[in-house]
Write a protein that binds this ligand. Structure first.
Ligand code: AFP
Length: 341
């Protein structure tokens, strides 16, 4: 029997480490295609600014008593916390005033916010994912996905936001962890920036990140495994065997943080459906699809267990879906187990 180190050192990150000081503003400008109008660049820059403001508030949360619950229940039936509300308002305020977005879909809002006289993009976002971790001082994140408006007459309509992830033109997240990091893709690879709090700038850390071929981690909430589809349980039995890829189990309970660690070091994050909630917990439009888009851009994949998450067309802005996202070989493996049932 081979002995398995339960906590091997993380392998090096598969991406190009930045060798010069490049701000996100400069990077976005340099990467802008020649024919671009600059609208998407400006919108991404607004999201970066929102990330800075939320990071600053998050760091002060314990001091200013923002940790307490707000007592309001959101559309998902979950109690909202003050930071959720703050993050939602910051993002909506900047995108509304920025003039590049015509409609905003937020986890915290039952309905789509239409921006009068807005620009050519629709932004779907989860302002503060993992917020039940706030009280414990655990990493949380903002997730966003950007669609280009397709309707041409009058105001934006549901055909502009009830779209498959395949239509995304950009997606990303801001991770509020030991440092604040913004990771995004606009269809030309995945790039990561770290916020330097001294100068208040997101500085390029890695460009063209890809999932390592040898996975280091699998991230599932195993406490609910008795309620999963048999195929998903068989995947876990398989990955735990000694003759399969040696991966450690690590689960934070903040999708952004779990995804980010696996992006840097190789692995898979999963939130399967359960007997009680066959569609799982995560939302397609502003959690699963953006993460699947980033995964594909990094050479990985995102699946609901049966097919690509990027092909699922939502019927509802808050639709949930099972999620398996990360290194491609592992995502395909889970699909095989699910198909075999
Ligand atoms: P909260 O925002 O309510 O904390 O939920 C976070 C989340 O949607 C996602 O970020 C986690 O991966 C997942 O839920 C954790 O859920 P469990 O606690 O059921 O494992």
């Amino acid at each position: 029997m081979t002995s398995v180190d339960p906590d091997p050192p993380a392998p090096p990150v598969t991406g190009r480490a930045s060798e010069r000081l490049v701000t996100i503003e400069r990077f976005l400008a340099e990467r802008q295609p020649e024919h671009a109008t600059g609208d998407l660049t400006a919108l991404l820059y607004d999201l970066a600014l929102a990330g800075k403001l939320i990071a600053s508030k998050t760091r002060r949360a314990g001091l200013t008593d923002l940790l307490g619950r707000s007592g309001v229940t959101n559309v998902q039936g979950e109690e909202q916390q003050n930071l959720d509300l703050y993050a939602d308002e910051v993002i909506a305020g900047l995108l509304t005033r920025g003039g590049r977005a015509c409609a905003l879909v937020s986890e915290e809002r039952a309905e789509v916010r239409v921006v009068d006289g807005g620009g050519p993009y629709v932004v779907a976002y989860d302002p503060l994912d993992g917020s039940s971790n706030i009280d414990a001082n655990v990493s949380i994140g903002t997730i966003f996905g950007v669609f280009r408006r397709v309707s041409t007459e009058g105001g934006p309509t549901p055909q502009d936001w009830l779209r498959p992830g395949r239509d995304l033109v950009a997606a990303g997240y801001v991770l509020y962890g030991t440092s604040t990091m913004l990771v995004y893709s606009a269809g030309d690879g995945v790039h990561a920036f770290t916020l330097d709090p001294e100068v208040g700038e997101f500085l390029l850390t890695w460009s063209d990140l890809t999932f390592a071929e040898d996975p280091s981690y699998y991230s599932f909430n195993l406490a609910t495994s008795s309620q999963w589809d048999r195929g998903v349980r068989r995947f876990i039995e398989w990955i735990e065997r000694d003759d399969t890829p040696t991966a450690s189990q690590r689960y934070i309970g903040s999708a952004v943080a779990d995804f980010h660690r696996n992006l840097l070091h190789g692995g898979i994050f999963g939130y399967p459906g359960t007997v009680e909630q066959p569609a799982g917990k995560l939302r397609l439009l502003y959690e699963a699809a953006p993460l699947a888009y980033l995964a594909e851009q990094a050479g990985g994949a995102g699946s609901d267990g049966r097919g690509s998450l990027l092909d699922v067309v939502p019927d509802d802005i808050h639709q949930r879906t099972p999620v398996f996202v990360g290194a491609e070989a592992l995502v395909r493996r889970i699909e095989e187990f699910v198909a075999d049932g």
